[in-house]
Structure formats: structure tokens, C-alpha cells
Design a protein around this ligand. Sequence first.
Ligand SMILES: [Zn+2]
Length: 232
Amino acid sequence: MAEAILNQPQFQEVDKAREYMEALRWPNGPVCPHCGSAGQHYKLEGKAHRPGLWKCKDCREQFTVTVGTLFADSKVPLNKWLQACYLMSVSKNGVSAKQLERMLGVTYKTAWFMGHCIREAMTGSHDALVGGDGGSVEVDETYRRNTGKQAKGARGYAHKMKVVSVVERNGHKRSFHVANVAAATVRPILKAQISEKARLMTDATAVYKKIGRKCSEYSVVTLVPASAPTGT
Ligand SMILES: [Zn+2]
């Protein structure tokens, strides 16, 4: 039975695998992982670009569907990753690296690495939390202009989309659309993303205080212009 399912195109062809993932991850069209903008991004096509590359219409950064996933920057074709995920999710007794090596036609080392990553992602281990190594994590909120038609004529912040971002020391960023930046909305998101071992830095917004106190270190960053007098 597993064999019949593995004959499906998303497990056999890398392009189909990518389309399959795009449909799963972006049911309402691509979402930029850099700034959180959703909507009509540009699909970069032609020989100059690797397949599946998008360009954000707002922040102009490029991205693919695998950015921010365990499949990002992998030399293993995406369809093989999907096969491995499938095999591991249906197996009651687990799948050994030896089995993956044979079934996927990859080296033992690669199979071991894939199994390790998938298991970690499936169990939602604490390593997946940002700042779990005691590193610094920054949280900030941004307001993006909503380019949707219904927003025309609205004033102030009301017509802008709010995005809360969690930024790791290495520059990796996880962004979340929020209805508002009230504590009740933002706190559960941050709690699910940030390790208590993190050294948290936020702006002075009171929303972050409670979660900040739970982290190993908490500091409030006030943005001061570089040219500001030092007061001496
Ligand atoms: Zn963007």
C-alpha cells in the first residue's frame, strides 16, 4: 500500500513535490517568509532562476516554499524528503537509517541525517524553539501597508497589517500576522516560539514584559538615533 502511495507524483518528481508543498503551505497564495507579506508576489521564471523562486512584492527579497522548513538548503531533492516524511509518519515501529538509505537511494549518512531532522520536527522537540541555546532573540512588530482593495480610503494604522517577528541571532526570522498587538494575541505566539533559555530583547511595549521575565535574560531596547548627544 505504501508503494502505491509513493508512486504519486509529489513523491516521484521534484517539481510536483514543490507544487504539492506550495499548495499545502500557501492555500491562499505565497506568503513571504521575510516580511510576512501575503498576496501577489512575483514568480521568477526562466533559466536564470532556480525553480520555485518567488520575489516579494513588498520587501523585494527572494524566497521558495522551503524557506524556514527542515527542507531548506538541502541537496536532497524535495520529493525524497516527502517520501521520507511519509514513510516515517506511517511506520508504527519507526524507520531506520538503513531502511531510508535503501528506499530513497541516498547515502547512509544522508539517510541518517534526514531521519534525525524529521524525527525532531515531528516530536516538536525543544530544539525547535528559538533561543534554545541561550542565544539572543529579538521581537519586534511592524505594520505593513495592506495593499488589498478593501483597505482603500482607510486611515492611520487601521488599514495596515500587523506582523510580529521573532528574530534569531543568526538572522533567521519567523513572522506572524496578528489581528492586533495586544498581550492576549501576541503572548501565545511568542510562548510557542521562544525558549525560556533565550536572552530576549524587545522594544518597550508592555506586551512583552511578562514573557520576558520568563526568559533567562530580558532587556528592553530603545532605539536611539546614532547622532543623539550622550548627555555628558
Ligand atoms: Zn517580503
